[in-house]
Design a protein around this ligand. Structure first.
Ligand code: ADP
Ligand code: MG
Length: 699
């Protein structure tokens, strides 16, 4: 299919090109004023758009439409309604009105809302987001929407994201105005690199843990891991290649700019990176990509795992969130070589450093999940400590500014630098080394937030980043109010220096995986929230609520509801994992071990009967290992059972989460270790599930 990529690209999207072609020019212009200029949408315009959208969708084979939205748990939701409208004479018309396009009322009572809606008025509304294009998926016209309660409170991930994009746009424009620039269209740009595993459907079906929890709760390390580093960027096996080709085609049809695909570090692990887009679309596209990956894998006898840590001891999967700002399409984080633009760059950089330091706990919280708890700090992903990597050159500049050593910096680096007359150094593009251990790294002309896990909806991390940076920009713009020319430059540099001094603790260019960094970070007073239970409560900190409320991104009610939903989700997941674990131990592992032990005993007895004088110590040792293992497993099973029931009954969700993290999860780890130890004692014939060797090395 690849020869006609430009023909299929976007063919299932009601994009600007289709709109320009199909809509009357007044309607098109009015809609563009909404999409690009943020003007409210008129119902007359909506009616015309709806009609045209429906005609287009029917031509493409669609029979239904849906308001596609992002509830607080899970990834996306949809409910399909047909266009069908029967008429009196027995025929049916296909109808779709502006009202249906703009608003819908799903029976939303069973979506998580963290107490925002009492069940007796469980009404939720979805509202059209015209800034993300409608598209067709499996004969359904999908309309990206925001989801809110009867009282207008956000019940989804998209609403606060859209609010945060507006907020940062306003503040960036205020800062640009100080540099004498006219108001421009400011976009947050995002590119999400998506990691995932592909395994065969056959092994998946034999593992209850994978089917119900998306990760293996048991499994001894494979004989071969990733030590040969042959998988990373290695040749892609044919089955996987077929999958990737189909995926690319499907994504391209949806106008998703899938760009790079390659094998990842771990066996059976892969990555897809798109070309970055405006944040709202990039995130819709990431969610669609994840869905397509899961759906299409089955066409190839494969299952796509998007869990952060499907296999113990094997690298987990993340979702690197590349983030930048652009003004009329021009990247604002391009260090550039024009001196006056460098001052602007340094202001933006300083605001970002301030934001990440001030709101480090919120950023950590935004990536917290039961799955990501296994990944962060496991020597394969950044630790649970937020820090910024700037690279050698930028770090040296920050250092010089903080210590008033600009002139020395200049001579050391042979770069003219005289801040007083605004000739800042010219930066080289791609001046940053690759530091893969940093959670938040400057990579040439953008930041890469590496903490998000593969399964998360990246909306929240970006919402927080946008809002926190808006706060930094606002404090700069407020401080510079009314200044221009030389006084502005002087004050701006003084502000940069002071702010950097206040926040330089967040900058760390060393090895983020090392134990020394953990100690050093503690000394610097940086937060280190190891588990989801530890990371969530910061949502209720006054300072964080104030941030969201100051910019109207979330109100206190909305924040509290999010906190509740997250806690509940965490507790429910641990509960499911504990139950699956117990079930597997009781019904699979213990019977298998017992039957193998019986076989060993019987053989021992038989051999003894024939050769009473033979040395049977090896067989006896195996039998002892088996019986001792069974004893340990039984003991831990009882302990898990009791603790799990006790913790599950705790009514306070935070307390329940704390106990899950500190009591239930550690017992699960111990139980797993005991079972795994026997995986290399019991004969393969008796072992009830496929091993890591079999799951990870298929063809
Ligand atoms: P690497 O992570 O190896 O540096 P790339 O430089 O190709 O890889 O970029 C990774 C991701 O960052 C891609 O999805 C890319 O589109 C995205 N990206 C590049 N520039 C920007 C930008 N200005 N804003 C947001 N994302 C960007
Ligand atoms: Mg990357």
């Amino acid at each position: 299919m690849s020869e006609n990529v430009s023909e299929i690209y976007g063919s299932l999207v009601f994009n600007e090109h289709v709109m320009a072609e199909r809509l009357p020019s007044v309607t098109y212009k009015a809609l563009m004023r909404t999409i690009q200029g943020g003007e409210p949408l008129d119902i007359e315009v909506a009616n015309v758009v709806a009609h045209s959208m429906k005609e287009w969708a029917i031509e493409k084979g669609a029979t239904h439409y849906t308001h596609w939205f992002q509830p607080l748990t899970g990834i996306t939701s949809e409910k399909h309604d047909s266009f069908l409208d029967p008429i009196a004479d027995g025929r049916a018309l296909m109808r779709f009105s502006g009202k249906e396009l703009i608003k819908s009322e799903p029976d939303a009572s069973s979506f998580p809302n963290g107490g925002l809606r009492a069940t007796f008025e469980a009404r939720g509304y979805t509202a059209w987001d015209p800034t993300s294009f409608a598209f067709i998926k499996d004969e359904v016209l999908c309309i990206p929407t925001a989801f809110c309660s009867y009282t207008g409170e956000a019940l989804d991930e998209k609403t606060p994201l859209l609010r945060s994009c507006l907020v940062i746009e306003q503040q960036v424009n205020r800062v640009l105005a100080l540099f004498g620039e006219v108001e421009q269209r400011i976009d947050v740009t995002v590119g999400c690199e998506q990691e995932y595993f592909l395994i065969s459907e056959e092994s998946y079906r034999q593992r209850l843990d994978l089917m119900l929890t998306n990760r293996t709760l048991f499994g001894y390390a494979p004989c071969k891991g990733q030590e040969l580093e042959e998988h990373y960027f290695g040749a892609i096996r044919p089955t996987v290649n077929e999958f990737m080709k189909e995926l690319d085609d499907e994504l391209w049809k949806l106008g998703i700019p899938a760009k790079t695909k390659h094998n990842e570090v771990a066996p059976a692990q892969h990555e897809l990176a798109p070309i970055f887009e405006q944040a709202n679309r990039a995130i819709d596209h990431n969610l669609l990509t994840m869905e397509k990956m899961r759906m299409l894998a089955s066409h190839h006898g494969l299952v796509c795992l998007q869990h952060e840590k499907p296999f113990k001891g094997i690298n987990g999967s993340g979702k690197h969130d590349n983030w930048s700002l652009s003004a009329n399409g021009k990247n604002l984080l391009e260090p550039g070589d024009n001196p006056i633009e460098n001052l602007r760059f340094l202001v933006l950089l300083t605001c970002i450093i301030e934001a990440v330091d001030e709101y480090q706990e919120l950023l950590r919280m935004s990536v917290a999940s039961a799955g990501n708890d296994h990944r962060l700090g496991a020597q394969e992903a950044p630790p649970a400590i937020v820090s910024i990597y700037l690279g050698e050159e930028l770090s040296a500049i920050v250092d010089a500014l903080v210590n008033d050593h600009e002139s020395e910096y200049a001579s050391a680096h042979k770069v003219a630098m005289d801040l007083g007359v605004s000739t800042l150094p010219a930066f080289l593009k791609d001046n940053t080394d690759r530091n893969r251990t940093s959670p938040f790294a400057f990579t040439g002309n953008k930041f890469e937030f590496r903490m998000p896990g593969s399964s998360c909806n990246p909306s929240e991390a970006n919402t927080i980043l946008n809002t926190a940076v808006a706060k930094g920009l606002k404090s700069f713009a407020d401080a510079m109010q009314g200044l221009e020319g030389e006084p502005f430059e002087r004050e701006a540099i003084a502000w940069i220096k002071k702010t950097l001094r206040d926040h330089e603790r967040i900058i760390f260019d060393g090895n983020g995986y090392s134990a020394e960094w953990e100690a050093e970070a503690a000394r610097r007073g940086l937060a280190n929230k190891r588990t989801t239970a530890d990371a969530l409560p910061c949502l209720l900190d006054r300072k964080n609520i104030d941030l969201f409320e100051e910019f109207g991104v979330l109100n206190e009610n909305e924040i509290r509801s999010r906190y509740e939903v997250k806690l509940e989700k965490y507790n429910k997941l641990i509960n499911i994992e504990a139950r699956v674990m117990k079930r597997m131990v009781r019904l699979l592992y213990l019977p298998a071990i017992a039957s193998y032990a019986a076989e060993v005993a019987e053989n021992l007895w038989k051999v003894k009967a024939v050769l009473p004088e033979s040395d049977l110590t090896p067989q006896e040792t195996i039998l002892r290992k088996l019986t001792e293992g069974v004893k340990a497993i039984n003991g831990l099973l009882v302990e898990l059972d009791e603790t799990h029931h006790e913790v599950r009954a705790i009514p306070d969700q935070q307390e329940c989460a704390n106990q899950n993290a500190n009591r239930v999860v550690p017992i699960m780890e111990k139980l797993r270790a005991e079972v795994d130890n026997l995986e290399i004692v019991v004969s393969a014939k008796h072992w009830p599930v496929p091993s890591y060797n079999e799951i990870l090395f298929y063809d």
